[in-house]
Design a protein around this ligand. Structure first.
Ligand code: AMP
Ligand code: TRP
Length: 324
């Protein structure tokens, strides 16, 4: 079983990243698990060079703080392994404009960009390259990446049918609870680094006071019946999901324990603070020594490069490019 997943260094991870992705990464750590800070994906939107540099280190430090370690699995930076963009080009010549146009993330994020970047359009092909380079069998991701995963599978199959068996067709792994953490202020849309307002998202480094304040202000509804019902009560259901994820219980069961929204909010805040405390303590130590983080990341890239290089060579030769 070869696992690969990626996260953009576009800000401190929030609860959606943690519960929807990073927690599964930590859970699935083996010597065959590869995790990637996808800086090439982060430049598909405007980001200042200094911010990108800082956030890449901070993102890696927060992943280590969440429990990843280079002994149990491998974390590396996407741009450190040059075969990602190289394979992406080959795959762009296999993917169609029509299928990329159908990607809802492109439709949503593209509309907001002043400059319509080609990179945002071809983003899912680079993601397919990330996955296919390593013979990945399983990809743990949040629910929002479903369409991108389907496309990666489609591209792998098409490539194999056209040029001969080259890529493993990957399977997604979606988490059950917390697969989709919603914005606390707009519970019908997902919590997002770029779109959510500060009150709408909880970052994993938020102080206990900030966490309590945000949960207290979370949008619910006007009647006061505690029910786990995503259709009628998205705000409340989101809180129940958070409490369930933080305490390892079932949201339906938890709903039975509460009659007042205030109590649910107080307990959810307390549980989230307790879940994040050890992560925050480890982060404070790690971020004190950025050069150590960089050297761990370099070691990660060195470890995975030979695998990427071999897959790239097979794909390019299968397409008829001359071997060197
Ligand atoms: P991103 O922040 O877009 O780089 O996402 C990193 C990982 O977190 C991906 O696997 C996403 O599917 C996951 N993720 C992002 N936002 C959410 C959310 N609100 N709920 C669940 N998972 C999420
Ligand atoms: N597109 C993913 C996201 O925004 C991040 C990502 C890039 C990724 N490459 C990947 C996830 C490969 C899994 C596998 O969340």
């Amino acid at each position: 079983m070869r696992i690969l997943s990626g996260i953009q260094p576009s800000g401190v991870p929030h609860l959606g990243n943690y519960l929807g992705a990073v927690q599964q990464w930590v859970h699935h750590q083996t010597p065959d698990s590869l995790y990637c800070v996808v800086d090439l994906h982060a430049i598909t939107k405007e980001i200042a060079p200094d911010s990108l540099r800082r956030q890449t280190i901070e993102c890696a430090a927060s992943l280590f703080a969440c429990g990843l370690d280079q002994e149990s699995s491998t974390l590396f930076v996407q741009s450190h392994v040059e075969f990602h963009p190289r394979l992406s080009w080959l795959l762009e010549c296999v993917a169609s404009v029509g299928e990329l146009r159908r990607m809802t993330q492109f439709k949503e994020k593209g509309e907001k960009q002043e400059l319509h970047r080609v990179g945002l359009f071809t983003y899912p092909v680079l993601m397919a390259a990330d996955i296919l380079l390593y013979g990945t069998t399983h990809v743990p991701v949040g629910d929002d990446q479903r369409q991108h995963l389907e496309l990666a599978r489609e591209i792998a199959n098409r490539f194999n049918n056209t040029y001969g068996q080259t890529f493993v067709v990957p399977e997604p792994i979606y988490p059950s609870v917390g697969a989709r953490v919603m914005d606390l202020q707009e519970p019908t849309r997902k919590m997002s680094k770029s779109v959510s307002s500060p009150l709408g998202k909880i970052e994993i480094l938020d102080s206990p006071e900030e966490i309590s304040r945000k949960i207290k202000k979370a949008v619910t509804d006007t009647d006061s019946v505690v029910d786990y019902d995503w259709e009628k009560k998205p705000g409340l259901s989101n809180l129940l999901d958070l409490l369930a994820a933080a305490t390892g219980t079932e949201p339906q069961k938890l709903a039975e324990n509460y009659t007042r929204y205030g109590d649910l909010k107080a307990d959810t805040a307390e549980a989230v603070v307790a879940m994040l405390r050890p992560i925050q303590d480890r982060y404070a130590v790690l971020i004190d020594d950025p050069s150590q983080i960089l050297s761990l990341l370099n070691e990660g890239a060195q470890r995975v490069r030979p695998v990427a290089q071999a897959t790239y060579a097979r794909a390019s030769e299968a397409m008829g490019l001359l071997a060197q």
